[in-house]
Design a protein around this ligand. Structure first.
Ligand SMILES: CC(=O)SCCNC(=O)CCNC(=O)[C@H](O)C(C)(C)COP(=O)(O)OP(=O)(O)OC[C@H]1O[C@@H](n2cnc3c(N)ncnc32)[C@H](O)[C@@H]1OP(=O)(O)O
Ligand SMILES: CC(C)C(=O)C(=O)O
Length: 514
């Protein structure tokens, strides 16, 4: 297995994301977590850029012991001096100097000829070498640079003492094949290439940063520069977590390992997200909330039979806790049964099917089915009155307005199989429902108590209604739930009547026998 060094630049290039501004304490917290994660190098900042960055780099250099700490510097003496001031306390002082090598950057940005750029790079590396044992030199916009010029300048900076050569795709323009090919070309054509590490640094403008980094590895790169959650300038950098996990899962193909403690990945991602305020998209590979969540019935059925049918990464690998199967509108019976059993419900097939039908109806209307929703649905089925002719509520409709008399219309199927519909008014919507249903069950019903509570949180929460009645001298309590408060109320009322029927048919008989 080849060892690939992970150079984390979350605190430097990552912090260049518009909208991110970390203070020293936050940077130290992230650096300590990166050390736990096992990255080889932490780029802690750009010491010459501000007193705050200087302070953060200096404190991190004095704190972190198990990863190399580096800082960025232009090919300018003052930048290198500031970097040395900040980094001299480090265990293995390392500096990262850079200079652009593409025609467009040299001509328009630096306003220098290629010869002047070579001279400036060499001088800077020589100067840095006076202080730092480890000097990385980056050819900024290296991918868009002329290959022969790259070979020339890289040979010169190696002679000047550079220990790592970084060839960035600064603007995220490369394709994997081209970027890989560039690494192969440089490794084959640069004199002294075997004396240094070659590093890749990719941006995600075309969404290819990770693919390009992996292509560089296939073609001889020894180090990858990347960030947690892929944050960074513009569309960001290559995601550290994706690269580390890809190399691990496909070690059969890449034959390379990073030394990253994969179990720390989730925690690191969450910390960076919290401190930067950059939320991780739910569908983000490896660290997204949905990265291990299976929602569709066919997938869930497969996963229950054998996880590997649809899961190439186990959540535990990256320190993610157990991820329950998502129950939603695309789920099937297998996942529903599995969750019901995990929640401790032992339902007959008939009751389970009934609960599943209710669940599907609810899932069509509700974005997220919570555990409380499921428990409510399953409890209803587990205590439901089976095998007796009973009332079924077919529909209920309420007309309400602040200036109108509330009117409810309801339709029920009676225990005898007859469909009846009626309308009645009331002082409020609930009373109108009760008055209508009372007429449909043909006898006086006293409502002794009535309560509605919400089962879960949010504006689309399920409503749970409880209605206690006195009906033909028997007291029963009905309960039902629905996303709509009034529908839950009507169903709970009908449930109370059915419990009376159950009482008459079974309980009374049972009492008479004793
Ligand atoms: C690809 C990358 O991500 S590179 C890193 C980018 N990161 C940053 O720029 C963040 C920190 N930067 C800063 O705080 C500031 O830009 C500073 C402190 C570095 C410099 O600030 P200023 O002195 O005001 O210069 P300004 O940013 O306006 O322009 C950059 C200057 O550096 C020059 N320069 C750019 N890159 C390099 C380099 N690698 N080596 C030497 N000079 C460089 C530019 O040509 C320009 O010079 P000019 O002023 O003579 O035209
Ligand atoms: C400083 C260099 C490595 C950089 O960030 C880039 O080229 O994107």
């Amino acid at each position: 297995m080849r060892k690939i060094d992970i150079f984390d630049t979350t605190l430097r290039d990552g912090e260049q994301s518009p909208g991110i501004n970390l203070n020293t304490a936050e940077k130290i917290e992230i650096a300590k977590q990166l050390e736990r994660l096992g990255v080889t190098i932490i780029e802690a900042g750009f010491p010459a850029s501000s007193p705050g960055d200087f302070d953060a780099v200096n404190k991190i250099a004095g704190t972190v012991k198990n990863s190399i700490v580096t800082g960025l510097a232009r090919c300018v003496k003052n930048d290198i001096d500031r970097a040395w001031e900040a980094l001299k306390v480090a265990e293995q002082p390392h500096v990262h100097v850079f200079l652009a090598t593409s025609p467009i950057h040299m001509e328009y940005k630096l306003k220098k000829t290629p010869d002047q750029v070579v001279e400036q790079a060499v001088e800077a590396v020589k100067y840095a070498k006076k202080f730092f044992p480890l000097v990385e030199w980056s050819a900024e916009d290296g991918f868009r640079s002329d290959r022969e010029f790259l070979v020339r300048i890289i040979e010169k900076v190696i002679e000047a003492g550079a220990t790592t050569i970084n060839v960035p795709d600064t603007v995220g323009y490369a394709t994997p094949q081209e970027y890989g090919d560039l690494f192969r070309y440089l490794k084959e054509n640069v004199r002294g290439a075997e004396k240094v590490k070659f590093s890749a640094h990719c941006h995600d403008d075309l969404g290819m940063a990770v693919a390009n980094s992996l292509a560089a590895i296939e073609n001889g790169a020894d180090q990858i520069e990347c960030t947690i959650n892929g944050i960074g300038e513009r569309a960001g950098n290559a995601s550290l977590e994706e690269i580390a996990v890809a190399l691990h899962i496909r070690k059969d193909f890449y034959q390379a390992e990073t030394g990253i403690n994969l179990k720390e990945i989730k925690r690191t991602s969450q910390l960076v997200s919290r401190l930067t305020g950059f939320l991780v998209p739910p569908n983000k590979a490896v660290v997204g909330k949905n990265a291990f969540a299976h929602e569709s019935g066919i997938h869930q059925d497969g996963v229950l039979k054998n996880k590997q049918t649809y899961e190439i990464i186990s959540p535990e690998l990256v320190g993610e806790g157990e991820v329950p199967l998502v129950l939603g509108k695309h789920s099937g019976r297998a996942a529903f049964r599995d969750r019901a059993q995990k929640l401790g419900f032992e339902l007959s097939d008939e009751k389970l099917n009934k609960a599943f039908e209710e669940f599907k109806k609810l899932a069509d209307r509700k974005k997220e089915i919570t555990e409380e929703d499921l428990i409510t649905l399953l409890t209803e089925q587990s205590v439901s009155i089976e095998n007796i002719p009973k009332f079924e509520l077919n529909s209920v409709q309420v007309s309400y307005g602040t200036d109108n008399i509330p009117t409810a219309t309801a339709s029920v199927t009676t225990p005898e199989g007859e469909t009846k519909a009626l309308a009645a008014t009331g002082a409020g919507s609930v009373e109108a429902i009760f008055n209508t249903l009372e007429q449909l069950v043909d006898s006086k019903v006293n409502v002794l108590d009535f309560q509605v509570t919400s089962v879960s949180k949010g504006r689309d929460a399920l409503a749970d209604a409880v209605v206690k009645i006195r009906y033909n001298d028997v007291t029963t309590t009905g309960r039902d739930s629905s996303q709509d408060v009034l529908e839950a109320t009507a169903k709970a009322f009908v449930d109370a009547i059915n419990r009376y029927l159950f009482h008459e048919k079974f309980v009374k008989k049972h009492i008479a026998q004793i």
